[in-house]
Design a protein around this ligand. Structure first.
Ligand code: ASP
Ligand code: MG
Length: 411
């Protein structure tokens, strides 16, 4: 008998009809001889609605109270799903985080799981009950409710799978797997039968919203078999797994993009020690995330310094840096908030030279100017003007022939 953790996201439990359909799917999995533990999100849109209420009431709501508010969404869906299971003759039982004791640190709204007690779940599973667990929430050492950050119920599911030593953690969602590129942009994008944790982590943090990056990190660390599959159709989905030496890897597995980027350049900066820290220090002390950073070779004692931030942080970062520009005596502070980042990811890149050249050629053939480049061992990212984003993704998909290489045999 396999123990399977199934996580259903907001769309999958978005209406009472869908909850009834999900209940049937859970019963089917159980009838196939599996033990099932379920983790659910709030009904789609509900967490946003609750956050909106909090922000209407107060310009500066306390993080602790926001957690109590936001976590209520998951309480609704575990209750409804457990009722639906009972009507199908399947003993489902709802569990909130404090009933299981999913312990986190005390960082409200971005808490990290520290420990999960398994007694209550072990007992339920032994009784033949299907535990239906509220995702996204935890409890700190003082008993206060915490939440794991938006999208955090994926992480709950993986953590439960680790704690319960489950055979597989299935993330059931509204897409039927991870694709070689966004199918809304590339018509012949292919579902990948498998990707490695490393690749998925890059894809997830690069803006493919399928999985919460922390859940992938967690699953990789504990080597949990993680699968992304459709809540609504049957199919094998995409298995996220460790790389094995025998695996025949395509050079590029997938393409990710992020549209909401902006770049900021300080030019004519004195090329002396400490400049990077004077520019990025103040930015880092705000919650602003800095991604790509480029500093040019100096000429005549001056250099240019460019970096990217999320578009929402563009104006505030420019404002923050104007006094820094003045104190450094730098010539100009400029920026562009109509840029996008396109990245190719693949563990196969490690053993293949010339991937970057092919990527640059593909973009050159389409007359797309590359504004910035950054690389890691398994990723190359380029910044292009936002209006060329879709063209760039299609050109790269063609160049690496991903429409055919995505189809590996299903495992
Ligand atoms: N309900 C939470 C959110 O919308 C958690 C989740 O869906 O994973 O962010
Ligand atoms: Mg999600």
């Amino acid at each position: 008998m396999a123990l399977i953790v199934q996580k259903y996201g907001g769309t999958s439990v978005g209406s009472t009809e869908r909850i009834l359909a999900i209940a049937e799917r859970i019963v089917r999995c159980r009838n196939e001889g599996n033990q099932v533990i379920v983790v659910v999100s709030a009904m789609g849109g509900e967490t946003n609605r609750l956050a909106g209420l909090g922000n209407e009431i107060s310009a500066n709501p306390a993080a602790r109270e926001m957690d109590v508010l936001l976590a209520s969404g998951e309480q609704v869906s575990v209750a409804l799903l457990s009722m639906a299971l009972a009507d199908l003759g399947c003993p489902g039982r709802s569990f909130l985080a404090n009933q299981i004791r999913i312990f986190t640190d005390g960082n409200h709204q971005r808490a990290r799981i520290q420990n999960i007690e398994t007694e209550a779940l072990d007992a339920a599973v032994a009784e033949g009950v299907v535990p239906v667990i509220a995702g996204f929430q935890g409890t700190d050492s003082t008993g206060s409710l915490t939440t794991l950050g938006r999208g955090g119920s994926d992480t709950t599911a993986v953590a439960i799978a680790v704690a319960m030593k489950a055979d597989e953690c299935q993330i059931c969602t509204d897409v039927d797997g991870v694709y070689s590129a966004d199918p809304r942009i590339v018509e012949d994008a292919k579902r990948l039968s498998s990707v490695t944790f490393e690749e998925m982590l890059e894809l997830a943090s690069l803006g493919s919203k399928i999985l919460h990056p922390r859940s992938v990190e967690f699953a990789g660390k504990y080597n949990v078999a993680l699968r992304v599959l459709s809540s609504f159709e049957d199919g094998p989905g995409t298995l996220i797994t460790t790389e094995t030496p025998t695996m025949e890897q395509p050079i590029v597995s997938g393409i990710a993009y992020a549209r909401d980027e902006a770049k900021i350049t300080m030019s004519g900066v004195p090329d002396i020690p400490g400049v990077a820290s004077k520019i990025l220090g103040p930015v880092g002390r705000t919650a602003t995330e800095v991604d790509m950073i480029v500093q040019n070779t100096g000429a005549d004692g001056l250099t240019d310094f460019t970096f990217t931030v999320k578009r929402q942080d563009f104006e505030s970062t420019l404002k923050l840096l104007e006094p820094v520009r003045q104190s450094l005596g730098a010539r100009e502070l400029s920026g562009d908030n109509k840029i996008a980042k396109v990245s190719v990811v693949g563990v196969g890149m490690r053993s293949h030279a010339g991937v970057a050249t092919r990527l640059f050629d593909a973009l050159a053939d389409e007359n797309i100017n590359i504004q910035m480049i950054s690389t890691s061992e398994i990723r190359i990212s380029v910044v292009v003007a936002e209006r060329y984003l879709e063209l760039a993704v299609r050109a790269i998909h063609d160049e690496f022939d991903l429409a055919s290489s995505g189809t590996q045999p299903d495992t």
